[in-house]
Design a binder for this molecule. Structure first.
Ligand code: AHR
Length: 665
């Protein structure tokens, strides 16, 4: 039996090898129910960075499907007689292509789409092709050949799926076809061409290819494996559409939710600032199609059981990229405020209101029950509270039921942080968004961060955080362990910390800009990281109320004399369990003697289980080839009574779930 299995067997046996001499006596007061753990705790931060939306969660496989990228044929290769036109049927996406004869029966006219780092298709799965098309001249007919090709093979095997589409109307019409590849290919392409070289002219717009198998089967849907990973976290909140992309590099490129709703064909393309933010990771063809827009975000939140938390622009474009003189003037703020107010109508309004009607037409007459709104991302200086103030006033008047989230800037401490927190209190923001991408020693030193926060002011939303560890490996185990240790402090302070979201969420292995991230994927595969598992362990074991847990009368925060231990306890009054989370960040195994105080005479512990996340290699991580290398393991705990002794291995995070029992006699 190795050390890990010994420990997961959860016996009380002392382990002689490298066990610290200290006995850590932890006391849980099992009857003193503390602050409720908010249902919003442990959530997800979604931003279209690292190809998280287009090329990621949004299941569309065609890049630049409406020819609206500034270089109209980005993502496409054309052959034969292909012409770009700009008087198409969709006002906000006017471009389309005209295919005419290549001039000889032996020649071809058509175009090939490269997808996002290729197109991933699975053998025998169904893919739905669609295109808006017309024949410009009455009485003409055209047949399109639609093929999924594997560009790495030659000859007959190159075409791995095909279909025909007959176009015979001068009216713009949506045509569809199904394709079923006969092999799996992670970097296929989509090719469309006139079936007969001397065929008639045809116009094509909004060329699209989706897997039939999307999350919950929605037509304009999400990649099933990625959305399922989100659901499996059991998230309490879904923040969208990001971070920096909310702000934009300039006013025109800010995220405007109204452009992201309604028919997908008429949602305009926006640039994505992450295409140029990091010159060493430059992706000039990274744009936002808005196919994954605010309706889809609300729908996703609902389907994964998370509260929706939209973040809107406060009237400031990215402050890293613009000085105060280039910001939206105060007297132009009304549109921004109206956008925010209208969003409540879109999400919650009656179907007889203009925005509520649109939501109903899109398929969701029931309200989305939005309760929170974030105004501004990580803004700073007086230009932020100055702009936030009229939003808060407008919301208090029009929608006092909506809680407003303000920001404390990009740093976890320092001048702006010190300035903005009192400003958020003054404005009576309901929650304050804090961001911290920090190194190991920061996470080790912040176990008590929230213990002394003012309980009378706004609540905390730890809205973007991740341990950015040393070394070349980014999503390694040790970073996740330190996040787990730090999060005991979030849990212990449930009265003030109401939301927390690790960031960023997704990264495409071929298209990332920022790391570490919670979930990595390529065109066909996906992989939870160690940090993912930590988030999931918290979210699936969050309990209902905090319980006091102390060692020598003090909470375990990794402080001096606590042997590198961090811990928190919650009761789950629905399941009748007591859940204790312990992170041992030290290099030694630690003995834990857990005493349960406060039980009534007939109450005791009666068995349970322990979930262990450990590694003897701090740099260990999952990869797409080995996605399950690092994962928590579960074992039963056989204990009855009012105390439990165990040993926690070095560098280990454990979640103990004890059943509470009441003796009958
Ligand atoms: O998560 C990546 C970026 O980090 C976010 O867009 C921004 O808010 C922060 O600076």
């Amino acid at each position: 039996m190795n050390l890990k299995s010994l420990l997961t067997a959860a016996t009380a046996t002392a382990i002689s090898l490298s066990v610290s001499a200290a006995v850590n006596t932890l006391t849980v007061n099992a009857s003193k129910l503390g602050a409720p753990v908010q249902p919003t705790m442990y959530g997800l931060f979604f931003e279209d960075i690292n190809y998280a939306a287009d090329g990621g969660l949004y299941a569309e496989l065609v890049k630049n499907r409406s020819f609206e990228f500034p270089q109209s044929f980005m993502g496409w290769e054309t052959f034969g007689g292909v012409e770009l036109k700009n008087d198409g049927p969709f006002e906000r996406n006017p471009h389309y292509v005209r295919l005419t004869t290549a001039g000889h029966r032996e020649k071809h006219t058509g175009l090939t789409n490269e997808g996002y780092f290729g197109i991933g298709v699975e053998k025998d799965s169904v893919y739905r092709f669609s295109v808006w098309a017309r024949t410009p001249k009455a009485g003409e007919k055209a047949t399109l050949k639609v093929e999924i090709i594997d560009p790495k093979t030659m000859g007959e095997t190159q075409v791995i799926a095909n279909a025909k589409v007959n176009v015979a109307s001068t009216e713009w019409t949506k045509y569809t076809a199904e394709l079923k590849p006969n092999v799996t290919c992670d970097q296929a392409k989509l090719r469309i061409f006139l079936a007969k070289p001397d065929d008639t002219t045809v116009d094509l717009e909004h060329i699209s290819l989706f897997p039939a198998n999307t999350f919950n089967g929605h037509e304009n849907g999400l990649r099933a494996d990625l959305a399922q990973l989100l659901k499996d976290v059991n998230p309490g909140v879904l923040r969208f559409p990001g971070g920096c992309i909310v702000e934009g590099t300039d006013p025109d490129t800010r995220y405007q939710w109204k452009e992201t709703v309604g028919p997908v064909e008429n949602r305009p393309t926006n640039e994505n600032r992450w295409h140029y933010t990091f010159p060493h990771r430059f992706f000039p063809d990274y744009y936002q199609s808005y196919g994954l827009g605010f309706y889809e975000y609300f729908q996703l939140a609902e389907e994964i059981g998370a509260e929706p938390l939209p973040i809107l622009n406060v009237g400031l474009v990215c402050q890293f990229q613009n000085d105060a003189d280039h910001q939206i003037p105060m007297d132009s703020l009304q549109t921004f405020i109206q956008d925010a107010i209208d969003l409540v109508e879109f999400a919650n309004g009656d179907v007889n209101t203009p925005w509520g009607k649109l939501r109903a037409e899109m398929g969701h007459p029931e309200p989305f029950n939005m309760k929170f709104i974030g105004i501004g991302n990580e803004q700073w200086d007086s230009i932020y509270p100055q702009r936030l103030e009229p939003f808060v006033k407008a919301f208090r008047k029009a929608h006092p039921e909506i809680l407003v989230v303000g920001s404390s800037g990009p740093d976890s401490e320092g001048k702006q942080f010190e300035y903005l927190w009192p400003e958020m209190k003054r404005l009576k923001a309901d929650l304050v968004d804090e961001h911290f991408y920090r190194k190991e020693d920061w996470f080790l030193s912040q176990g008590a961060r929230y213990d002394n926060y003012d309980r009378k002011g706004p609540k905390v939303f730890a809205g973007e955080y991740a341990c950015h560890g040393k070394g070349k490996k980014w999503n390694h185990y040790n970073a996740a362990l330190l996040e787990a240790a730090f999060m005991t402090g979030l849990e212990r302070n449930a009265d003030i910390v109401h939301m927390a979201t690790y960031a960023p969420l997704f990264a495409h292995v071929d298209g990332w800009q920022w790391r570490p991230d919670m979930i990595w994927f390529d065109n066909l595969r996906s992989m939870p990281t160690c940090s993912y598992y930590v988030q999931q362990l918290y979210a699936t074991n969050k309990g209902t109320n905090v319980l006091p847990l102390t060692m020598d009368g003090k909470p375990l925060t990794g402080a001096e004399g606590q042997n590198g231990l961090f811990a928190s306890a919650v009761a789950d009054t629905d399941d009748n369990t007591i859940i204790i989370k312990v992170a041992n960040t030290s290099d030694e195994a630690q003995q834990l003697d857990i005493n349960f105080d406060g039980f009534k005479k007939k109450e005791s512990i009666d068995g349970g289980k322990v979930i262990t996340f450990t590694s003897d290699d701090p740099m260990a991580e999952n990869t797409l080839d080995e996605p399950n290398r690092m994962a928590p393991t579960e074992a039963a705990i056989n204990v009855t009574g009012k105390a439990y002794s165990t040993t926690i291995a070095p560098k280990t995070f454990q979640v103990y779930i004890f059943n509470k029992a009441v003796a009958k006699k």
